[in-house]
Design a binder for this molecule. Sequence first.
Ligand code: ZN
Length: 146
Amino acid sequence: MRKIIDFETKKEHYTAQACVVWCFDNRFTPALNEFVKNKNYQHYDLIKVAGGAKPLATPEKEIEEEYILKQIEISLKLHHSQRIVLMGHSDCGAYGGLAAFNNDEDREKQAHIEELTKAKSFLQNNLSCSVPIDLIFVDCSGIWEI
Ligand SMILES: [Zn+2]
């Protein structure tokens, strides 16, 4: 094994201001960076998966839901995350893109609001502790809080 990059980080664990569930669609990574900056999060745990919060609302397989739930639980336990942020975005491939809504952005946004609300309910009913849950929708014009 050979070191390819010099890098230093602290050995101590941190307290996370949030555990963020975000879609891995790289078009929306700049939005994540803006969001984190806007919220002034010093530390956050990022769970970056296709569809963002989709596995918590309408998982294709039950194991997806369990896996994300477990990841959030670990974030809460290990880093005492103070809140959870659930994200959905426009033209998400996990939902068939904007085309799945006949390119109707309002219909798509409404569907994402319902999905995120469903994901929030799932967490409220299944998490081992109570923590604030924020719902975020991102489109090509900005970041919306629900
Ligand atoms: Zn997506």
